[in-house]
Design a protein around this ligand. Sequence first.
Ligand code: AMP
Ligand code: MG
Length: 518
Amino acid sequence: MAIPVILFGPIGFCPNANKEYTVTNAPIQTSLVFDNSYAIRLDGFYAPVQGDVAPKPRLVALNEPLATDLGLDVATLTAEQLAEIFSGTTSPSGATPLAQAYAGHQFGGFSPQLGDGRALLVGEVVNQVGERRDIALKGSGRTPFSRGGDGKAAIGPVLREYIVAEAMFALGIPTTRALAAVTTGESVMREDGPLPGAVLARVAASHLRVGTFQYFAARGEVDKVRQLADYAITRHYPQARDRANPYLALLQSVSQAQADLLAKWMTVGFVHGVMNTDNMTISGETIDYGPCAFMDNYDPRALYSSIDHQGRYAYGQQPVMARWNLARFAETLLPLLDVDETRAIDLATTEVNRFAELYLPAWTARMRAKLGLQDALPEDTKLADDLLATMEGQNVDYTLLFRGLSEPSFGRAAEVKLLFGDPSAFSEWFKRWQLRLKQENSDPTVRAAKMKQVNPIYIPRNHKVEEALQSMTKHGNIAPFERLNNVLSHPFDLLEGCEDYAVPAPAEFGPYRTFCGT
Ligand code: AMP
Ligand code: MG
């Protein structure tokens, strides 16, 4: 497969990176120690911006453990100050707020200029274990990249991102984190009419995206692509620097990180919903929770987003689309991979085609753990795949099935079979699995305990997420959000009185549709 090299015509607008900051309010002194490498080292890759002044900012959620980890002593600030900071109304001292430039393939079509249209990077801090972290806001107002948008966000999508990002974190999946949610006191106009405006404060290993590279590659700015690649290597993959071809090593590292990430998504039934190249990170973290959802019944075609008419980002398509996105990333690196273009294309193509070799072992390892297998045998991929085949068309809840298999004594066989309309194929598979487990001779109690550490009992069930969002949007009641968030922070432990969080939506909830909600 040759990687198609896409050529673009001239692109008009470029942000003015040298614009002076217009300071609206005096900064608030906090304990955050900023060290803003993006602002300093990547001049010309962003536009400085200030958040809008929110009329009546109010803190509705704060992730205190995360704040502490970042060095933010919340006890020294009032709720009003926190709401001002996390709405973008006032910057913490040391911040250099900016909107990042990026491009992206959206549903296969290239947009040469997207960028932070309603987000800003407040700055970077180093956390307690020495990791550099971006603190960013989403919904803080217009930027030079806003195009026709209002730069704002509504409370529903802000809380959805909060819930799902934190649930992913608790499940052990690389992700941006939610630090705070603030209502702004103003309404934002959306399709359904006016909605309460809100801002999400989030934390990421970085906000470098495949689309960041595409922005400069599309303009033919090879030096800038190199500068960005050097920055990405320093920030995320320093070991690549010492390799014979550091840029090829960067591509390999990102491929590996994405293969691992996709394996994790797939083995919890996560459907991102909008895997455009601007929503794929270089760090390998999940980012930009828009129309995402967790699959209930196993179905490779599971799709929740109202805007994905072709099923491009359906559950089963996700590894394929990750590879497609990596091909777009590889294209941006071609001039860096080799001076000889043919050779560069060869190197990139080989790497992109290797994605399955990275993804399949990562997926099989996760499935092995989900099935309580300790030895790695070559036929495990098929064993796991065959289980999925028995589930297809049977309306079997993915999460309940694996949790059911995690009960001691080979799973509660009878109970698990009840999940199937016709359990005959599953029963055959179940016997094979039992034989395989017997060969390993592992202790059933120990095995069950281990399986329960990888097969969650609680995932963000769509009806529970909706209930939390609606309750805040319509009634200003944050309690269901808080309760859901609490439950999801212990996804593997049975919590007393939380049975209703562990079961699929009732039939009257109907088929679930998610909206970008921007
Ligand atoms: P998303 O679908 O959230 O990944 O966003 C895709 C692009 O649209 C990004 O460049 C966003 O910054 C931009 N965008 C989304 N919503 C808005 C909005 N309300 N105002 C301005 N830009 C937006
Ligand atoms: Mg995005």
